[in-house]
Design a protein around this ligand. Structure first.
Ligand code: MG
Length: 267
């Protein structure tokens, strides 16, 4: 089942996506709780509403260097333990919303990734049970100001600009094996990234065990599982698509930031 959040008549609503039709569902919470949904009897064409992100994460945990091919292109040795970093909730945008190119950067990159959406509170969860805590999967773009990402030291600044975490379009709940998918990235319609998730260096289950051993994962939280090789730069006017078979396609265009002044230390 493909679950979506959408805006209709200025109200946030939930639904099940079937081709280009959304079957409206009711939820009692602000987020998609797949255990508390029932049909309202209404339906909408997707073109008539605005799709929102399929969840509202309190945090986004990201994997660095989780594909051998990407570690090689970054000339970085493969890690013994997962390298994780956070993106803030304020970086999240939905499909069709613009990625804003920040004035601090001269090199902004795309990174097509599989996103895991947590469905149940998870803390110290063993890998053997970890997938039971997953609500579903969606597409993500881990947009990165590459020139602000030092090889050593923190990555957070480079990864955390507003609009740097496109997510969507739907939350697919029917995937039982997240290591059997293919992630593709298209820059202006041209295929630039393609890899099976079977190439993950750390599996989704391993990642949940590692991350939940440190921090509690809440329903709606998102884990980005890393990008394969083929990363490259985005420029204003570009369009980037992340496409995962069985999940959908996330599309975002790049726009230039407004001319608001920044403090000198931020450049
Ligand atoms: Mg990434």
């Amino acid at each position: 089942m493909k679950l979506v959040r959408f805006l209709e008549n200025e109200a946030v609503r939930f639904g099940r996506l079937e081709e280009d039709i959304i079957i409206e569902l009711e939820s009692t919470g602000p987020d998609l709780d797949i255990n508390r949904l029932s049909g309202t009897g209404r339906q909408f064409e997707t073109a008539a509403v605005k799709l929102l992100t399929p969840c509202l994460p309190s945090k986004i945990i990201c994997l660095g260097l989780n594909y051998r091919s990407h570690a090689e292109e970054m000339k970085h040795p493969l890690p013994k333990k997962p390298i994780i970093f956070l993106k803030p909730s304020t970086s999240v945008i939905g499909t069709g919303e613009p990625i804003i190119y920040p004035p601090q950067s001269k090199r902004v990159d795309y990174e097509a990734e599989l996103a895991v959406v947590i469905g149940q509170r998870a803390y110290r969860t063993a890998a053997s049970e970890a997938l039971d805590y997953v609500a579903g999967y969606t597409c993500a773009n881990d947009v990165t100001a590459r020139d602000k990402q030092p090889k050593e030291g923190q990555w957070t600044y480079a990864k955390s600009f507003d609009t740097f975490c496109p997510l969507g379009p739907a939350l697919e709940t029917g995937i039982t094996d997240p290591e059997s998918l293919v992630v593709r990235g298209y820059l202006n319609g041209k295929l630039v990234q393609e890899a099976p998730t079977a190439d993950h260096y750390f599996t989704v289950a391993d990642i949940i065990e590692f991350v939940s051993g440190c921090m509690t994962l809440l329903p709606g939280d998102v884990i980005l599982t890393g990008t394969p090789s083929g990363i490259g730069s985005l420029n204003p006017g570009d369009s980037f698509e992340v496409s995962i078979e069985g999940i959908g396609t996330l599309v975002n265009r790049v726009e230039t930031a407004g001319q608001a002044d920044l403090p000198a230390g931020n450049i």
